[in-house]
Write a protein that binds this ligand. Structure first.
Ligand SMILES: NC(=O)C1=CN([C@@H]2O[C@H](COP(=O)(O)OP(=O)(O)OC[C@H]3O[C@@H](n4cnc5c(N)ncnc54)[C@H](O)[C@@H]3O)[C@@H](O)[C@H]2O)C=CC1
Ligand SMILES: C[C@H](CCCC(C)(C)O)[C@H]1CC[C@H]2[C@@H]3[C@H](O)CC4=CC(=O)CC[C@]4(C)[C@H]3CC[C@]12C
Length: 379
């Protein structure tokens, strides 16, 4: 039961009638929306695009006027039947849906349910319905930073690193990634092998990034200032959302032709974004929007930040019966922000010809324009 998926875009093939059906889970999220729009722009063989999400966004309606059939499916990845119904008849699934929570908003059980069981449901749906190609959005967090705070400096997919986690989010992403990779080669309905791979973005930034929005608003509240908490020497890997989306589209396109090479593999998502600390990197966008990062060195000593982070964790626990207290600073976010984690690799280029679609200058400009368009700029 070959589904006629031919990733090499030859002239003759691209001129053929579009026939592929793609499903994007989490298609209304920050990354998912960019994947959806990228597919519509850059996958000429697309006949139908299914957008599956717990919460459907109104912008989907605008996409329905184009030549590709856009089908919005409100559904929950934790519900196996809903997932199977959405997957049936799709050639490719791009599974970006996930619960991204490192602030203690959701319980560990809920994070596990959505990220691990949800992914298991997607895999089983592919097997049951005969969908052969699955791309999973994993995370750098699957590798690190680990609980010991070991630096990962310009590492690649083969760099040895002690990946030990305790926090529910990285634990769930690691388990889900393993499920996806182990499913590579399983026979799907019709007898063909399932081909899977996992992409591991570092910290994604760009239009729609909620945490950037939070920092911007915090800066406005503080009179146009943000206060340095992390030493400038701690490098944190970042990648532009458009390039992460492009990597998903490209690897999905190449999965059939290069199944033996790509199947069961992991790829860090990378581009030409500079290596900087989390805060200095954010200032590349927030600076031109009128914010200032105060201090060349952290204003508070590290031990005090550790204490404040622990206090926040305690308050979260104490207040939980009354209200949700989920500040940006907690022991986990402090450890991640304060540990060098950067990647330097060309594996995606070697395996499926990935080159960033957006230069650093473009990525920066697009992100600045998005921040500036937010209500009440600081200028
Ligand atoms: N934001 C980042 O810096 C990074 C994100 N990732 C991964 O990328 C993926 C997308 O993340 P973001 O776009 O940042 O998050 P997001 O929260 O903006 O998007 C996730 C989407 O999944 C949907 N979703 C959540 N639970 C669902 C469920 N039970 N059923 C169906 N849909 C559900 C949400 O409604 C949302 O639209 C996630 O898998 C995340 O782990 C990986 C590395 C970095
Ligand atoms: C919120 C953190 C920055 C605040 C630090 C403080 C309070 C000292 O100023 C963010 C620093 C690093 C971020 C994480 C990182 O980019 C890796 C991620 C990958 C994912 O898959 C999901 C998101 C995240 C965990 C990201 C979350 C915010 C930070 C912890």
């Amino acid at each position: 039961m070959s589904q006629g998926f031919s990733p090499q875009l030859g002239m003759a093939e691209s001129a053929q009638a579009p026939k592929l059906v793609y499903l994007v889970t989490g298609g209304c999220g920050f990354l998912g929306e960019h994947v959806v729009r990228m597919l519509l722009e850059r996958e000429p063989r697309l006949r139908e695009l299914r957008i599956f999400d717990l919460h459907l966004s109104p912008w989907i309606e605008e996409l329905k006027t184009g030549p590709v059939q856009v089908t919005a499916i409100q559904g929950d990845v934790t519900q196996a039947q809903e997932v199977a119904a959405a997957v049936a008849g799709a050639h490719v699934v791009i599974h970006t849906a996930g619960l991204v929570d490192v602030f203690g908003r959701a319980s560990p059980e809920t994070i596990h349910k959505v990220n691990v069981r949800g992914t298991q449901n997607v895999i089983e749906a592919c097997v049951q319905t005969g969908t052969q190609f699955l791309v999973y959005t994993s995370s750098m967090e699957v590798v690190g930073p680990n609980i010991k705070g070991h630096p990962f400096y310009r590492g690649n997919e083969d760099t040895p690193y002690e990946a030990v986690h305790k926090h529910p989010y990285p634990c769930s992403k690691a388990l889900a990634e393993r499920l996806v990779l182990e499913a590579n080669g399983r026979k799907v309905r019709g007898g063909l092998p399932l081909v899977t791979c996992a992409l591991r973005p570092t910290g994604i930034y760009g239009e729609g990034h909620q945490i950037m929005r939070d920092f911007y608003r915090q800066g406005l509240r503080l009179g146009g200032r943000l206060f340095r908490a992390i030493p400038a020497s701690v490098e944190h890997g970042r990648v532009y959302v458009g390039n992460v989306a492009w990597m998903h589209v490209l690897v999905a396109r190449e999965l059939e032709q290069r199944a033996a090479l790509i199947g069961g593999q992991v790829y860090f998502c990378y581009d030409k974004s500079p290596y900087k600390s989390y805060e200095d990197f954010n200032m590349e966008f927030l600076g031109p929007c009128g914010l200032r990062l105060v201090g060349t060195r952290p204003l508070l000593p590290y031990w005090l930040l550790v204490l404040l982070a622990a206090l926040n964790a305690l308050l979260q626990w104490l207040l939980r019966p009354l209200l949700l207290y989920a500040p940006l600073l907690n022991p986990y976010t402090l450890a991640v922000a304060n540990t060098t984690f950067t990647v330097s690799t060309n594996k995606a280029q070697r395996h499926f010809g990935y080159e960033p679609l957006f230069s650093w200058e473009d990525s920066r400009t697009r992100t600045i324009l998005w921040v500036q368009a937010m209500e009440g700029t600081a200028q």
